[in-house]
Write a protein that binds this ligand. Structure first.
Ligand code: THU
Length: 132
């Protein structure tokens, strides 16, 4: 059973590290592995703009680069009091490493108000290695 509230709190913690001097839009993500480890991620912007990395991918790349391959859920929070959906590029990265039927994406409007989706809901028709 995933402790969504705890994961959301970690996403808020991650948002505190956001480096967003250009958009001023701060995003935090907390990625939970199936063995219970949590990796934090924030968006990291750049003066050249295109090297910007989203919070979700920061969390994934930190985890994957430390040998993690099995993921259960990610909580995401942004600056606005809205459910912040992951961008298409981040969905593609999630699809690379996660079971699209079971991986949970928790969109937190506030620590108490959140929606939970599975990756398939947000990314139908995903391109995957099966197609190569
Ligand atoms: N951003 C994320 O970190 N995650 C998303 O899912 C959407 C967008 C960041 C990228 C950029 O730093 C800022 O939000 C504005 O697009």
């Amino acid at each position: 059973m995933i402790d969504s509230r705890h994961l959301i709190q970690k996403a808020y913690e991650a948002k505190g590290y956001s480096y967003a001097p250009y958009s001023h839009f701060h995003v935090g993500a907390a990625l939970l592995t199936t063995d219970g480890t949590i990796y934090l991620g924030c968006n990291i912007e750049n003066a050249a703009y295109s090297p910007t990395n989203c919070a979700e991918r920061t969390a994934f790349f930190k985890a994957v680069s430390e040998g993690e391959r099995n993921f259960a859920a990610i909580a995401i929070t942004g600056d606005k009091e809205e459910y912040l959906p992951p961008c298409g590029v981040c969905r593609q990265v999630m699809a690379e490493f996660c079971d699209i039927e079971t991986f949970q994406i928790i969109l937190a409007k506030t620590p108490e108000d959140f929606k939970v989706y599975c990756l398939r809901d947000l990314f139908p028709g995903a391109f995957s290695r099966d197609m190569l």
